[in-house]
Design a protein around this ligand. Structure first.
Ligand code: HEC
Length: 148
């Protein structure tokens, strides 16, 4: 990666850090020229930090597939089952756990399918990110779409 690309990537990442579930609920009236409030007044949750790292990890997976390399993850995605969230009642729900398990299955299968099936498996993986978010946390969907 050259330096310009690195800088651009950094800016994109910094910019995208402002995205969370609560984004859609922000009142529009009073944010003209105002400094953005932190998304979570108590700081970022374990789950939010994990999700950002997952985003980057899946970006790497996309590169690995494009390069025909074998898939290697740098993160334990199973932590989505235990990480603490902004709305623990949501992330502890049966629905959340079901989405999380389907996601983890899709992650496993992307490693095991034959090379010719990797691209389809990748799409279905990102769709699994999306399904959970559509149901429980729509804010980051715009960002997740960038993985496709
Ligand atoms: C099982 C449900 C579920 C799945 C699957 C899931 N997410 Fe999330 N995601 C959440 C929840 C809930 C939050 C809110 C975390 C919080 O605020 O504590 C979140 C937050 C995020 C955020 C915002 C983090 C921030 O900065 O506040 C991003 C980005 C994100 N997810 C990306 C992804 C990506 C990429 C995938 C797939 C690789 C994915 N998510 C899969 C439920 C899910």
């Amino acid at each position: 990666m050259n330096t310009t690309l690195k800088i651009i990537t950094c800016f994109l990442l910094l910019y995208s850090f402002g995205i969370s579930c609560s984004e859609e609920n922000k009142p529009n009236s009073n944010n003209n020229n105002q400094v953005r409030q932190p998304i979570n007044p108590n700081g970022d949750t374990e789950l939010a930090l994990l999700m950002r790292a997952m985003f980057e990890d899946i970006q790497e997976v996309k590169k690995q597939i494009a390069a025909g390399d074998s898939i290697s993850l740098s993160l334990d995605h199973e932590r989505i089952l235990t990480a603490h969230a902004t709305e623990p009642e949501k992330a502890g729900s049966k629905e959340y756990k079901a989405f999380a398990n389907t996601y983890l299955q899709a992650l496993k299968s992307i490693k095991t399918v034959s090379p010719s099936q990797k691209i389809e498996a990748y799409k279905s993986l990102v769709n699994n990110c999306m399904t959970c978010h559509q149901a429980l946390c729509p804010g980051p969907i715009v960002k997740i779409k960038k993985l496709l």
